[in-house]
Write a protein of this length. Structure first.
Length: 223
């Protein structure tokens, strides 16, 4: 890391986000499993921006979903009960992340999930830190999402759908799964129109880091 290589709290290779003036806390192209694990455990994530060196973010305004504040339409809830939809966890991580990369984004000029990200997070999945939710209908993958277990908190990275509402169904299944294991919220990183529409909120970085540390101290096993 080129912007603060000295160890931060808990001997992190990253600087403490609390001391950062902006959203970017470090810059560097190391996407190894150890670096990614360290980053997520300290509320930091990589977000490629064109051809520039990899920036590592800990946004001053962090987006989270508190499960009690989630709101989805009746149509989605009705679709959730369809008997022909099956949900799985970690059955097809490589397919999910590539489907997310191929998903058109109205609020983005193109995908940030390039080959180096696919490779890095697939290795993180193989190490047990990155996870996927799959939605199947008649044996076909019709929706899903992937993200990272940051030590008892799920940090969502991306979702996709090939049929209406399937990414939302993946999120609902994930939340039910996390609730059953004692979690009460998840990390969405940054606000998007889609996240705002389903009840996500922004909180100060300091508050987010407090919530992250509290969840880690609770030793929740969410997967």
């Amino acid at each position: 890391m080129s912007k603060g290589e000295a160890p931060g709290r808990d001997q992190s290779r990253f600087p403490d986000p609390r001391s950062a003036r902006g959203d970017v806390v470090a810059v560097g192209d190391d996407l190894s499993v150890d670096t990614l694990r360290d980053a997520y455990r300290h509320g930091i994530f990589p977000w490629p921006h064109g051809n520039m060196p990899m920036p590592w973010f800990s946004p001053r305004r962090r987006t989270v979903i508190l499960f009690d504040e989630l709101h989805l339409g009746r149509t989605v809830r009705k679709t959730q009960k369809r008997s022909d939809v099956e949900f799985t966890i970690d059955r097809a991580f490589p397919r999910v992340i590539r489907a997310c990369a191929d998903m058109p984004r109205e609020d983005q000029g193109g995908t940030w999930i390039e080959e180096e990200i696919v490779d890095a997070y697939t290795k993180l999945h193989e190490a047990g830190d990155a996870h996927s939710i799959e939605v199947w209908r008649d044996g076909e993958l019709v929706g899903g999402l992937y993200g990272v277990d940051a030590g008892g908190v799920f940090t969502g990275e991306s979702m996709f759908r090939r049929e209406a509402d399937m990414s939302k169904l993946a999120l609902l299944f994930l939340i039910d799964h996390l609730r059953a294991r004692g979690a009460t919220w998840l990390d969405c990183q940054v606000m998007t129109p889609h996240m705002k529409a389903i009840g996500a909120r922004e909180i100060p970085r300091g508050k987010f880091l407090e919530m992250l540390e509290a969840a880690q101290e609770s030793s929740l096993r969410i997967f």
